[in-house]
Design a protein around this ligand. Structure first.
Ligand SMILES: NC(=O)c1ccc[n+]([C@@H]2O[C@H](COP(=O)([O-])OP(=O)(O)OC[C@H]3O[C@@H](n4cnc5c(N)ncnc54)[C@H](O)[C@@H]3O)[C@@H](O)[C@H]2O)c1
Length: 393
């Protein structure tokens, strides 16, 4: 293959391993480097691959792709990985059957289309594209090509939400009434302290905005845990119209940095989710979700989950004239997590098994399109200041 720089790779794959070559694009970014390369693919290699049977394992073999050779080299060299700035030749190389994309959202559609047309299986970050027609078009293209396709839906693999799912599936909360979630933290507008997220996130013209970013998560979290989303009312806000970029220069923040939403779900469940980069955290975790049911309640975060069975619910009496005699926080029981792996890595392992063993992988491009649909309808609701129904796709 042309223009591929290969460092001396530590040879750890063993005879009999099922090698899966992965072209990883956008891997110099925040998500690409930390979550996908280091904590997923390299972590899988460090653990000795994905064990799929006695003495059998899947062995991911990444080829890093990006625009900036200097950055790529700095990332690839310490790990002895090959890299290239030439996406076309990477996609033409039959040694690499999977294409992965964690580029900025606005660049994804073209690259994913190219990968599908080259016959590669594709796994990519969310949101898959910036609008529903293009997301559905990619889903159709992938289905017609018969390739395997998937989208990152990492929140489903978080220990806290996995535990919550177990609690919900047990039925012990009874009929679910409502869900209330808080996501967010203070993202510094800069210049000092420096902002801790990329500046394109706050420019609408570059594909930024918290609705597109977070509603693509809320869609699968709500659909899979509580029932399909059937309607949305959302109000966004550009709370901080001036921010500073990576170089410390001021820019107009044109994308919403907070969204306050109510979702209607199947079976009448009501979910309220606040997403904000303009909130200071007074919770145990950066994301927390409370679920109230007829027989009990649960609170789940990224890692933790606790419940309050109906039979243990304190009898609260409204009397602001006296200190509350009940310690409400102590009326909850921790639920031990059974899974503690990194969420991105857990989903990567599922995708690799899907590619190699044909195991089911429901988080495909159709699921990705549902996330884009909810973001789009959320924006419509905000624009028109009205409740918007979410039709099945
Ligand atoms: N699953 C999640 O929880 C999660 C969280 C954050 C971001 N994301 C998604 O991951 C993707 C990457 O986000 P990120 O936070 O890593 O962004 P980032 O800015 O840190 O990285 C973007 C990557 O795209 C590349 N790129 C290509 N063209 C570019 C351009 N014109 N401008 C800027 N960068 C360009 C960069 O080199 C870099 O490798 C986005 O689609 C975002 O929605 C997902």
């Amino acid at each position: 293959m042309a223009n591929v720089f290969r460092e001396t790779a530590p040879e750890r794959a063993e005879a009999g391993d099922r090698r899966i070559g992965i072209v990883m694009n956008g891997v110099t970014g925040r998500m690409g480097t930390n979550q996908h390369l280091v904590r997923s693919i390299l972590a899988i290699r460090e653990q000795g691959g994905v064990a799929v049977g006695p003495g059998e394992r899947l062995w991911p073999e990444p080829l890093l792709v990006g625009r900036d050779e200097r950055k790529l080299r700095a990332l690839a060299e310490p790990h002895g990985l090959p890299f290239t700035t030439d996406l076309d030749s990477a996609l033409a190389d039959d040694e690499y059957e999977v294409y992965f994309d964690a580029q900025v959202t606005s660049r994804r559609e073209g690259a994913v289309r190219q990968a599908v047309e080259a016959g590669r299986h594709v796994y990519c970050e969310k949101p898959i594209t910036e609008d529903l027609p293009s997301a559905l078009a990619l889903a159709e293209l992938a289905e017609e090509a018969g390739i395997k396709h998937g989208v990152v839906q990492d929140k489903l693999f978080l220990p806290g939400l996995r535990t919550l799912k177990r609690v919900l599936d047990s039925g012990q909360l009874g009929r679910i009434l409502a869900v209330r979630g808080e996501f967010g933290y203070w993202v510094f507008p800069g210049p000092d302290p420096a902002p801790q997220r990329p500046s394109w996130n706050y420019r609408a013209e570059d594909g930024g905005g918290i609705v597109g970013d977070m509603f693509s998560h809320w869609r699968y979290v709500l659909d899979e845990l509580f029932g399909s989303v059937t309607g949305v009312y959302a109000l966004g806000a550009v709370h901080l119209p001036l921010r500073h970029d990576e170089a410390g220069a001021p820019y107009d923040a044109t994308a919403e940095d907070a969204a306050y939403a109510i979702f209607e779900l199947e079976q009448g469940v009501i979910a309220q989710l606040n997403s904000s980069w303009c909130v200071r955290v007074d919770r145990g975790e950066l994301f927390e979700l409370q679920v109230d049911g007829t027989e009990g309640s649960a609170v789940a975060g990224l890692r933790e989950c606790r419940i309050q069975p109906g039979t243990a619910t304190p009898r609260a009496i409204w009397n602001p004239d006296l200190p509350d005699p009940i310690d409400h926080r102590s009326a909850w029981l921790p639920v031990p997590a059974t899974e503690t792996d990194n969420a991105f890595k857990a989903q990567w392992e599922r995708f690799l098994r899907h590619v190699a063993l044909d195991e089911p992988f429901p988080w495909d491009f159709r699921a990705a399109a549902r996330g884009v649909q909810l973001a789009e309808l959320g924006m419509q609701s905000w624009r028109e200041k009205c409740f918007v129904e979410v039709p099945p796709l």
